[in-house]
Ligand binder design. Structure first.
Ligand SMILES: Nc1ncnc2c1ncn2[C@@H]1O[C@H](COP(=O)(O)OP(=O)(O)OP(=O)(O)O)[C@@H](O)[C@H]1O
Ligand SMILES: [Mg+2]
Length: 249
């Protein structure tokens, strides 16, 4: 497995308030190159809020973010994308009526010039997306297939393909298996292990211990908006992690 000690993302003392609600208080988190970090916690523990801070969707009320050791202030998800971070949201945000290839490149499509016009280069979109799907061992009949024709697991795979199509270094996935049948869960987990092998780091939020123990190198638990416990996966157990989620050590 590809893994190094290089920390590619570090969040220090992140707090996030929504009016009088404290969603996060002094939270720390770090991810190494090629590492998969599991983030667990009860409903409302602050997991999604933390990921939205990491991706630049939310501005932290306090605290700092470091990418490759450099302090960065993110104004939008576009800023974090430029630093190599991609987020796969739980609702996936795919366009069902568009083909797979265009979904992968949505908003970042290759174009070609036709006289004075810039138009989408559909041939290139198809070629590049099929090559990328091949690399991730995602099998679809054709990149021309519409996303609405795909199964839940295939859609999740396309969302992950999109998140990794632009040389991303870190992919954050918020509950990527929650809506999937068992067989499709396995495929998504295989995909995560494949990303790790090519040096891409992953943060996965999941309530399923099977997911955490199939792909993660380390697991961290949030409880009521704070860091509660953290361990290398080899040094903990399902029961212990389930205890952390409930606020027990
Ligand atoms: N936009 C918002 N405005 C106000 N409060 C918010 C907002 N987003 C999150 N919160 C609050 O912050 C806390 C953390 O929410 P968050 O969505 O991060 O939890 P979570 O750990 O992702 O939970 P779940 O497992 O249910 O997805 C909750 O109390 C929630 O109500
Ligand atoms: Mg959430």
């Amino acid at each position: 497995m590809f893994s190094s000690n290089k920390i590619i993302l570090e969040a220090k003392n992140i707090s996030k308030y929504f009016g009088t609600i404290t969603a996060l208080e002094n939270v720390n988190l770090s991810v190494r190159e090629g590492e998969c970090l599991g983030v667990v916690g009860d409903n409302g523990a602050g997991k999604s809020t933390l990921m939205k801070v990491l991706s630049g969707l939310y501005k932290p009320s306090r605290g700092e973010l470091f990418f490759n050791g450099n302090k960065e202030v993110l104004d939008s998800p576009r800023d974090s994308q430029n630093l190599g971070l991609e987020m796969v949201y739980q609702d996936l945000a795919l366009a069902g009526n568009l083909p797979i290839g265009e979904n992968i490149f949505l908003g970042r499509e290759p174009t070609k010039n036709l006289g004075f016009l810039k138009i989408l280069d559909y041939k290139k979109i198809k070629e590049m997306s099929e090559a990328h799907l091949d690399k991730l061992k995602i099998h679809v009949k054709s990149a021309d297939q519409k996303v609405e024709e795909l199964s839940g697991g295939q859609r999740q795979a396309i969302a992950i393909a999109r998140a990794t199509a632009f040389n991303s270094k870190l992919v954050i996935m918020d509950e990527p298996t929650a809506a999937l049948a068992i067989k499709e869960v396995g495929k998504v987990l295989d995909l995560i292990n494949g990303l790790k092998k090519i040096g891409v780091s992953v943060i996965i939020i999941s309530h399923r211990m099977d997911d955490i123990f199939a792909v993660c190198d380390r697991v961290t638990a949030l409880f009521q908006g704070t860091n509660f416990a953290e361990a290398e996966l080899s040094k903990t157990s399902r029961d212990e992690v389930i205890g952390w989620i409930m606020g027990k050590k």
